[in-house]
Design a protein around this ligand. Structure first.
Ligand SMILES: [NH3+]CCCCC(=O)O
Length: 275
């Protein structure tokens, strides 16, 4: 089976401006499709911005809300699958809650998967979001088993191992990774790919965002990457806005899994509660 090209949109868009961010998605989808990509991956909370405080509630939408319909039209227009992060409003009345979510749309505009961030990071997220309870969400696309998680989720080895045991070939990780956690982008992500024998596409926001007491609330570090199952990073962005391309090669997956049979050599009976 031939390689699949994917495009990673490293950008913070315009926080608080969903309409402008949908325009970003459309422009990136057009450029990604022209570059031969079958899939465009956008960062965590890309549609609304990440450090938007109480605006999260105002800007949150149902999974199949107006922005989802707009992205579906974009995907269908350019014939490219799109994954994007956004705040999802779920439930009604007293049961209304907001999730830090990601939706995968197929190249025909159909909905392929919905994921809710299961490990919320820091006070901001724990104040405004309800965590999801489904750690392994997958979809089949272009002959690959796609998995989805969001930023902090990938820092828990159990989470990524659960995807490996479920057969994920390409793990998509929309992200809002800030300074001083460059180490995660540079070292943890390639190790997660190698120890689980899968590709990991880690797609980050860039630059300052939000207002803190003495300056920006966050300084996002970019450094998006496509890490291969052999631990070699196949594509790496800088720290600024960038549309990064990378190729996912099923033959490399097969050869790397044969050469690094971690999943075959596991001994769950020795691992107790981790087994
Ligand atoms: N290293 C912890 C930072 C995680 C940020 C996030 O999950 O958006």
């Amino acid at each position: 089976m031939p390689s699949s090209r994917i495009a990673l949109l490293q950008s913070s868009g315009r926080p608080g401006d969903t309409v402008r961010n949908l325009e970003y998605v459309a422009g990136a989808a057009r450029e990604a499709a022209a570059g031969g990509a079958a899939l465009l991956v956008c960062p965590e909370m890309f549609l609304t911005g990440y450090a938007i405080g109480a605006d999260v509630s105002r800007l949150a939408e149902p999974a199949d809300g107006p922005s989802a319909e707009a992205v579906a039209r974009i995907a269908d227009e350019y014939g490219i699958a799109v994954l994007y992060g956004y705040p999802e409003r779920a439930g009604d009345g007293e049961g209304t809650r907001v999730h830090n979510a990601a939706r995968l749309i197929g190249p025909d505009g159909s909905s392929l998967a919905d994921y809710r961030k299961t490990h919320l990071y820091g006070g901001f997220e724990q104040e405004w979001f309800t965590p999801g309870d489904t750690p392994v969400v997958q979809a089949d696309l272009g002959g690959l088993r796609i998995g989805i998680m969001i930023c902090y989720d990938v820092e828990f080895p159990e989470n990524v191992r659960a995807h490996a045991l479920a057969g994920t070939d390409l793990l998509l990780v929309p992200t809002a990774q800030m300074h001083p956690f460059e180490f995660v982008a540079e070292s943890v992500v390639p190790v997660r790919a190698f120890e689980n024998q899968m590709y990991v596409a880690y797609v980050n926001r860039t630059g300052p965002e939000g207002e803190g007491e003495t300056g920006p609330a966050f300084e996002f570090v970019g450094l998006s990457c496509l890490a291969g199952p052999d631990g070699i990073t196949r594509a790496r962005a800088g720290r600024g806005e960038e549309l990064l391309f990378g190729d996912v090669d099923p033959e490399l997956l097969r050869a790397s899994r044969a050469a690094n049979p971690y999943l075959r050599d596991r001994r769950p009976g020795l691992y107790g509660s981790l087994g």
